[in-house]
Design a protein around this ligand. Structure first.
Ligand code: HEM
Length: 353
């Protein structure tokens, strides 16, 4: 499973840095309340890598990966007393006129592959393994649309960080040794009113997005009458440092049902970065100047998760005692003693050993 340049093709769990694929499944579940339901989750965390390899190895070119995120409530059940400090339920936003609702979710499986049959098969096996212990809250099959466009017709994902920038933006850093290598995830399912969107001129659409439609060139934000999506989603601090996130949005839809959507998924080393973007989109930088994408797109779900690194996931799978001991060790000596932990936790931890 090696690329020509010697790096490994990821076919395992928690490869957040896996490239955009042609297909994806976003599966949101809640876990039933009993102890054996929590045990079933531990089993899937323990066995996910093997499940992925069982399918993924049958065609390495399909690049099957899966990231599992755990919601704040489940985190408390599996790892009492030790959750990432910043993790909390999705905070609904009551903007005028647009709202971002908060919806249920204990587990998120973000399955990616270049073959939809691989996504399908992994989803099937995950659900067969979890059985009656979970409830399906939401299930979305996303597909690549032409040159990675969303259904609004714009190239989506261009400003994503790459290489080292990607790890710095998407993963918890070494400054938080207990959770280093993990990632905060926010998901929102948006439904578009494509008829009204397509009534706009291309120039009006481009002003809303902040890029040109045909060739994907950034528009000058100083010349904007009203902040574009690009401008509202750009977060900088007083010193001019920009805070990026990793997005892996996918179009989905059923024309027969009039359903056209974008599934938004953002990964970040700090949850506040994504929350700040949402605040700016729904409330505006100045009141009333909200993101006009929302005039044509309705958020129907909203949930937060934390995707543990592979070492943290192994500890969660082993049970609460192991996780608690590990976190005590990590916080007293300032380093994680997780099995096979490398000195460069933040970057190495998500790759196959
Ligand atoms: C940029 C579409 C929701 C964050 C973009 C771009 C498009 C796009 C076309 C420009 C190309 C690119 O850089 O990727 C959409 C659609 C959405 C949506 C269709 C839902 C209906 C969101 C949400 C967030 C977000 C909810 C964050 C909470 C960003 C960021 C950028 C971006 C950070 C890059 C800005 C930059 O640095 O230039 N989006 N987006 N987007 N979007 Fe979204």
């Amino acid at each position: 499973s090696n690329r020509a340049d010697g790096t490994r093709v990821p076919i395992d769990a928690q490869s957040i840095d896996a490239p955009l694929t042609k297909a994806a499944v976003f599966l949101t579940l809640t876990v039933k309340p009993d102890l054996d339901d929590a045990d079933a989750v531990r089993d899937i965390l323990d066995g996910l890598d093997d499940l992925i390899k069982t399918i993924g190895f049958r065609d390495l070119a399909a690049r099957l990966t899966c990231v599992v995120g755990l919601g704040p409530g489940l985190w408390k059940r599996l790892s009492p007393g030790s959750a990432p400090a910043e993790l909390h339920p999705f905070v609904p936003i009551d903007g005028t006129p647009h709202r971002a609702p908060s919806t249920a979710g204990d587990l998120l499986f973000h399955i990616r592959a270049d073959r939809p049959d691989f996504c399908f098969e992994l989803e099937r096996l995950i659900l067969a393994t979890l059985g009656e212990h979970v409830r399906i809250e939401d299930e979305v099959q996303g597909f690549r649309y032409f040159d990675t466009r969303d259904l609004l017709g714009f190239v989506d994902g261009t400003a994503n960080p790459v290489a080292q920038e990607l790890d710095a933006a998407a993963l918890v850093g070494a400054d938080d040794p207990t959770w280093a290598g993990g990632s905060f995830i926010v998901v929102q399912k948006y439904l578009h009113d494509l008829t009204r969107w397509n009534d706009l001129t291309t120039d009006e659409q481009e002003a809303i997005i902040g890029r040109s439609k045909a060739d994907n060139i950034e528009r000058d934000s100083d010349a904007e009458e009203r902040p574009s999506h690009k401008t509202l989603a750009t977060i900088t601090d007083d010193d001019g440092n920009e805070y990026d996130i990793l997005r892996d949005n996918m179009p989905f839809g059923r024309p027969g049902a009039g359903e056209y959507g974008t599934y938004f998924i953002g990964y970040a080393g700090h949850l506040w970065v994504i929350e700040k973007m949402l605040q700016r989109m729904f409330l505006g930088e100045t009141p009333g100047q909200y993101d006009r994408i929302l005039d044509f797109s309705t958020a129907v779900t909203g949930a937060t998760f934390f995707a543990p690194s592979r070492q943290q996931m192994a500890l969660l799978a082993a049970g609460p005692a192991a996780a608690a001991m590990e976190n005590t060790a990590a916080s007293t000596d300032g380093s994680s003693s997780a099995p096979s932990s490398a000195p460069t936790l933040g970057i190495g931890s998500l790759k196959a050993p």
